[in-house]
Design a protein. Structure first.
Ligand code: NTF
Length: 818
């Protein structure tokens, strides 16, 4: 099953688009114009399938999941759409014949960076899998004018540059103004009796915006299914009739105009961190309200009884960010649809399911009731009533136990606790890796688990092999297909068939040759984009992910400093040449990027070590260059403090591309090692139980390590003696202090960097020993690929469907098939 592709027709279509869009011929058009024209030609292929899919859904009145997320880190669409339409190679050929280079064309597309990191990318992988598996699904999110900032490195510092991703237009999206909805903020709630004597609640004197949806196609692989990602834009209610307003309304009109402009302006660039900004709550309610209104309107087109809404719709809440969903749904069901509390609660509690993505305390969303009730007065009343009823329940179940109420109430200490709201009103609560779910059940959400054990379940994350192998690593993808056929594209468990080749020396050579080609590709990228020369024969040791203390990029760079000291002291040290590659965006103000860049500067310019050590910080790490980076990695650094990384998904992308994991027993690393075997990864450091025990005991004493470990002491002293910052020796004093001294409420070495340092250095040694054994390494790397099957997001989605969403697969017929 696939798209019937007519090469000449496609070429004509590209030329026609250039003519219609720009009045240009192929020779006259610039690269961006070619990208646009090619995209419109691809969109044309998508369109018939998109129409057919939506028709089928309507006709079969399917049960649908709505994936509610503040973030969708989609990356580039063109290449992925061609891959999933199964016309990538055909189009490449057609363009070749036109004298056009597909790689160059793909490079013209800005990443759709509507997300921070793992949480947003997971949402994108899930959409890909849902469409590929043929499940009815919508993603609902926000069409931020500015996505994740572009990162430049100047003088070692991160500079944040606005990401004007819509500047040249987004060829794949379609604006759907006919499905716009009003979303109201502020004002007050007026209560009156209707003609039947029932209480009616209306919001008055509010400010509102119009939510306007843009549809983005989500193409399933080779199955004619095209689902929709709806991203909401905000427009003012009354731009066009300002004149008709009397004096009193003028001010309000301007306010509403500003509200519309501000609300979707920018993605908050925080990963695993809650900043508590009013505008963020506005964003949340804005897209939640619009999405629910849309779902209800759609439901009513084919169904008459709103009491059965939950039979057709399930909302998956991607972390607590969209949790206001539960209260907004209650509001609409009661205030607009006329249900009573019990009826509305019955629907809501069968509609909403919550995924927890972190146990980091600073990521927990808690809104001051002052802010919440001022912004969402009616929704707040409903949250209060949910809380009142729940606290009543607690009092019955745990008489006299004030502690339970303190920990479990939805409103406490003047704050609305979003996780508690999601758990109380949701029918499912899931973690994102086995270890993470265990920690939720035994520690973080223990009280809730005791009260509602049936709600809790695990869904270990996954990634889509279509983007991160088929598109990102075409050489390896072709090689795999040559060995085992192409079933792996839609069923990654087939990769296990590669196991019979891991001892075959010819296969090993082929495999390592592909890795080498990918390292050349990355080396070229680094040269062009960062101006650094790296040796493709060196070990590529890579840590790419958001910069965050708990992810411990600091441990990595301190170890690089240590290695450098070793090499200087002993120039004959018998270890392979190594390139340490970093890529990461930081929340503003985190200084570690500067340290990495300064260390890179010193090491890369020291002739004494003869190029045996290089350090590279890849600027502007994002989905599109990630694909190149994963393909080229030898070693995958997954070194978070055990218990802190809920799952990780980069770890899976490295594994799928044949890198060995060097990591802690954290998140999904645990399951990766379980799949690939302990001999094909290197694990080090404290376990999550040990970390949690230390934390409960108030920490440990890093001074003891400082006093007793000369190598660690040397490295730490180099932070404050100007070794890595001649012009300002004080530059890294804060980092030094944070490792050794308590500071107010903050424990010294909060993330156990010094505690794990020796084990980490030993792990590196072990990894290099493995690398020296060429055949052994090739075998381990191949086994990583062969054992990656579990980590497909297809598997994850099948589990969500089976345990939570209960969807049926749909078949879509399109007439142009061959
Ligand atoms: C992230 N959480 C976790 O930090 C990652 O370990 C995990 O892989 C991804 O979610 C996807 O599940 C967050 O970004 C958040 F928002 F919860 F802090």
């Amino acid at each position: 099953m696939g798209v019937k592709f007519d090469k000449d027709e496609f070429k004509k279509s590209v030329a026609d688009n250039l003519k219609v869009l720009y009045r240009k011929t192929v020779d006259e058009a610039d690269k961006q114009q070619i990208f646009q024209a090619v995209s419109y030609s691809v969109k044309d292929i998508i369109m018939d399938r998109w129409l057919a899919t939506q028709k089928t859904y309507e006709k079969e009145d399917v049960r649908t999941v709505v994936y509610m997320s503040m973030e969708f880190l989609m990356g580039r669409a063109l290449g992925n759409n061609m891959i999933n339409l199964t016309v990538y190679k055909d189009i490449k050929e057609a363009l070749d014949e036109m004298g056009l280079d597909l790689n160059v064309i793909e490079d013209q597309e800005p990443d759709a960076a509507l997300g921070n990191g793992g949480l947003g990318r997971l949402a994108a992988c899930f959409l890909d899998s849902l469409a590929t598996l043929g499940y009815p699904a919508y993603g609902c999110g926000i069409r931020y004018r500015y996505g994740m900032f572009k990162q430049q490195i100047k003088d070692g510092y991160q500079i944040e540059v606005p990401d004007n991703w819509l500047k040249d237009g987004n060829p794949f999206e379609i604006k759907r103004p006919e499905y716009s909805y009003e979303v109201k903020f502020g004002g007050y709630v007026r209560c009156y009796k209707d003609e039947d004597g029932r209480d009616k609640f209306v919001q008055e004197d509010y400010r509102s915006v119009i939510a306007v949806p843009y549809d983005m196609p989500v193409v399933g692989y080779g199955n004619n299914v095209v689902n929709t990602l709806i991203i909401w834009d905000a427009e003012p209610v009354n731009t066009f009739n300002l004149e008709s307003f009397n004096k009193g309304d003028y001010h309000k009109a301007i306010e509403q105009e500003n509200l519309a402009k501000n609300i979707v302006e920018v993605l908050y660039p925080n990963d695993n961190h809650y900043a508590g900004k009013e505008l963020r709550l506005k964003q949340q309610y804005f897209f939640v309200s619009a999405s629910i209104q849309r779902a209800i309107a759609k439901y009513k087109k084919t169904n008459s009884d709103i009491r059965k809404f939950h039979e057709k719709y399930v909302f998956q809440l991607n972390d607590t960010h969209p949790t206001v969903t539960v209260a907004e749904l209650m509001r609409i069901l009661m205030d607009e649809e006329g249900l009573n509390w019990e009826e509305a609660w019955e629907v809501t509690t069968h509609c909403c399911a919550y995924t927890n993505h972190t146990i980091m305390a600073e990521a927990l969303e808690k809104w001051p009731i002052e802010l919440f009730s001022r912004l969402l007065p009616r929704v707040y009343q409903i949250v209060e009533e949910i809380n009142r009823r729940f606290v009543e329940e607690l009092k019955v179940k745990y008489p006299g136990n004030q502690d339970k109420i303190r920990k479990m109430a939805v409103i406490y200490d003047g704050q609305v606790k979003m996780a508690n709201l999601a758990i109380v009103a949701g029918f499912s609560v899931n973690g994102v890796a086995k270890l993470h779910t265990e920690i939720l059940e035994k520690q973080e959400l223990k009280d809730f688990y005791e009260m509602f054990p049936e709600k809790f379940n695990n869904k270990t994350n996954g990634i889509t092999q279509r983007r991160f192998l088929l598109h990102g690593n075409p050489l390896l993808a072709d090689w795999i297909t040559g060995k085992i056929g192409d079933d792996w594209i839609t069923d990654l468990s087939h990769l296990s068939r590669l196991k019979v080749y891991v001892d075959d020396e010819k296969c090993q050579r082929e495999f390592m040759q592909i890795k080498y080609q990918n390292k050349l590709r990355l080396a070229k990228y680094i040269k062009e984009n960062n101006g650094v020369e790296v040796d493709p024969r060196s070990v590529f040791d890579v840590q790419v992910k958001r910069l965050h203390e708990y992810k411990r990029q600091l441990l990595n760079i301190l170890h690089v400093m240590y290695l450098y000291n070793q090499l200087k002291a002993n120039p004959d040290l018998d270890i392979p040449a190594q390139t340490f590659i970093f890529g990461a965006k930081a929340a503003a103000g985190y200084k570690i990027a500067k340290l990495i860049n300064n260390v890179a500067d010193v090491i890369n310019n020291d002739p004494a070590i003869k190029g045996r050590l290089k350090v590279v910080f890849i600027e502007n790490y994002r989905v599109s260059n990630a694909e190149i980076i994963f393909a080229a990695a030898d070693v995958s650094e997954q070194i978070s403090t055990a218990s802190k990384e809920a799952s990780g998904t980069g770890n899976m992308k490295f594994m799928l591309n044949g890198a060995l994991t060097l990591g802690t027993m954290d998140g999904a690393n645990v399951e990766i090692v379980q799949e690939v075997g302990e001999d094909n990864a290197v694990i080090f450091g404290l376990t999550s139980d040990e970390v949690i025990r230390y934390e409960n005991e108030g920490g440990y004493d890093p001074m003891e390590i400082f006093n007793n470990d000369q190598d660690v002491r040397t490295v730490l002293m180099q932070l404050i003696n100007g070794e890595y910052c001649r012009e300002n020796p004080e530059m890294f004093r804060d980092i030094y202090n944070s490792l050794l001294h308590n500071d107010g409420g903050r424990r010294a070495d909060t993330y156990f960097i010094l505690k794990d340092f020796r084990a980490y250095a030993d792990a590196h040694r072990k990894m290099l020993d493995k690398y020296k054994d060429e055949k052994g390494w090739a075998k381990s790397a191949m086994l990583n690929v062969a054992c990656a099957g579990k980590f497909s997001s297809d598997r994850t989605i099948e589990e969500y469907v089976r345990d939570i969403w209960k969807l049926d697969k749909v078949k879509v017929e399109v007439s142009d098939e061959d």
